[in-house]
Design a protein around this ligand. Structure first.
Ligand SMILES: Nc1nc2c(ncn2[C@@H]2O[C@H](COP(=O)(O)OP(=O)(O)OP(=O)(O)O)[C@@H](O)[C@H]2O)c(=O)[nH]1
Ligand SMILES: [Mg+2]
Length: 485
């Protein structure tokens, strides 16, 4: 066994003993909150924690509905090398004047929540209250894109990245980078200045592609978009190169230099992240912004499906998967959630669920999640709208009412963030397949506006009322309900 594998295995064993020992004191559930950038991870964690801490009404979360939650509190951060999730800062923004969404996450962080509860089981109840720790991990969504990279070699990755750059939705942004690839040959001698130029143009393309309001899913490497503490590092100075199937390139060539850096990125950046923070997860919620993709049109939907398939395939629990061979995972429950369901009237929530089931169905079927329970739901962790009715041409239409974010537009109207507005979002089609092929309202292509968070409701006792939500309780029940029985 090579030394590095041995020490890693020994490290894993040591960690498992540590996990086991602390589990004797109070069991811990490590809950992975996974999702592409802007899918709603940070909002989900903040809203979940606030709801549990402030006794939110969660009728489908059994332990809460049955009055068995005795005390819920935050513990000091258990892991010395991972920063604490900035819960108070995020909450402060959400209840600020005006209320603001959190910024994009730049670093990994973690939060430990402890629940004291009464068991449903007679004998356990006689022993007093039980405790369960829940460790939540937040990270920049871009980093998730590195997971499928782990199984691609440099040639395969280069080919896929160039193909993505030629797609209609990305072609314009990729043009300068693709043009620069035509000016070099992989056989050229390795040259730092050339590597930097190609890498800078590649990064500029990835950033521009992401900034496009009709953006398709973002592309790897994740740290090129969100470098964390690696900004400026040589590990981030590479770019895909063009090559023919059977071409090989000598040591000292530009190709060899780029290939080495790509492999170093996988070994020293991507892999440790997944090993340290994903391999120990017990449960996972995967957040997916289905509505943004529907809004972007058929191509955006196809692209989201591609990205999610690549990621979910890596998570499969079958014995032969990349994931199990690398990390020996133990995830036994997965919740797939379509986020931001508050952009729709409740009549469409079940349809959104059906669309998500369809969108992820192929990936899940291929991924063989043997042994893991999978649940699909539509949710808004923090409901920014309320429902209303509007009359048009003598007809009553179900609407959603909220404060569009500053700069959002509907027709010729631009909002400043202080004005409440009723929007008729239209119904999702009953046939999920039809929705995935392109969803239109009577007015033409569907366009969502983004809303700011709702006005907070201060409580006489101090603090704020729990945030309104859609089906957050079902998500919590699916994730940890059985551990509180
Ligand atoms: N209406 C509504 N919007 C939401 C909800 N959750 C998230 N959003 C919107 O989605 C945006 C992204 O949410 P975040 O929680 O920051 O997403 P993230 O997954 O943490 O994103 P990264 O940190 O970039 O990976 C927010 O700024 C909101 O505009 C929700 O429940 N309802
Ligand atoms: Mg975030």
């Amino acid at each position: 066994m090579p030394i590095s594998t041995y020490t890693q295995a020994a490290g894993d064993a040591f960690r498992s003993i540590g996990d086991f020992a602390s589990n004797l004191v109070a069991p811990t559930v490590r809950l992975g909150v996974t999702g592409l950038a802007r899918s709603g991870k940070t909002v989900f964690i903040t809203a979940l924690v606030h709801n549990l801490l402030s006794g939110g009404r969660l009728p489908f979360f059994d332990a809460a509905a049955q009055g068995r939650l005795v005390r819920v509190y935050l513990e000091p951060q258990p892991d010395d090398v991972v920063p604490r999730f900035a819960y108070e800062t995020h909450l402060g923004n959400l209840v600020g004047k005006p209320p603001r969404w959190p910024e994009s996450t730049r670093q990994i962080s973690q939060l430990r929540l402890t629940i004291e509860y009464g068991s449903t089981r007679f004998w356990k109840r006689q022993l007093g209250r039980e405790r369960l720790h829940i460790d939540l991990v937040d990270y920049p969504g871009e980093w998730l894109l590195d997971l499928p990279l782990l199984r691609l070699d440099y040639r395969e990755w280069s080919r896929s990245a160039i193909k993505q750059g030629l797609m209609p939705g990305r072609k314009k942004a990729a043009k300068p980078w693709l043009a620069s690839l035509g000016l070099v040959h992989p056989n050229d001698p390795a040259n730092e200045a050339v590597a930097e130029r190609l890498s800078d143009l590649f990064k500029a393309y990835l950033r521009e592609a992401r900034a496009d309001p009709h953006a398709l899913s973002t592309l790897p490497p994740g740290r090129f978009l969100m470098p964390g503490d690696l900004a400026g590092s040589p590990a981030l100075t590479f770019s895909p190169l063009e090559s023919k199937e059977d071409e090989s390139f000598p040591r000292g060539s530009l190709w060899a230099m780029m290939e080495r850096r790509y492999e170093a990125y996988k070994t020293h950046v991507a892999r440790p992240f997944f090993r340290d923070h994903f391999a120990r997860l017990d449960r996972q919620i995967v957040l997916i912004d289905v509505l943004a993709a529907l809004n972007g049109g058929q191509q955006a939907v196809a692209d989201l499906e591609r990205a999610m398939t690549e990621i979910l395939e890596c998570f499969r629990t079958g014995t032969n998967s990349l994931w199990s061979s690398l990390f020996a995972p133990r995830i036994d429950r997965i919740v797939l959630a379509a986020t931001k369901a508050d952009h729709l009237h409740h009549q469409s929530h079940d349809r959104l669920e059906a669309i998500l089931a369809k969108l992820t169905g192929r990936a899940m079927a291929r991924a063989e999640f043997s042994g893991a329970d999978v649940k699909v739901l539509a949710m808004a962790a923090l409901r920014a709208t309320r429902e209303g009715e509007a009359r048009r041409n003598g007809e009553t239409l179900p609407c959603i009412v909220g404060y569009p974010l500053p700069g959002e537009t509907i027709g010729r109207r631009t909002f400043d963030g202080n004005e409440e507005f009723a929007i008729f979002p239209g119904d999702l089609p009953t046939d999920p397949e039809a929705a995935l092929k392109g969803w239109h309202t009577e007015e033409g292509e569907m366009r969502f506006v983004r809303f700011r968070p709702p006005n907070p409701r201060p409580l006489p006792s101090g603090g704020f009322a729990p945030f309104p939500n859609i089906r957050l309780d079902r998500a919590i029940e699916a994730l940890i309900g059985d551990r509180l029985a």
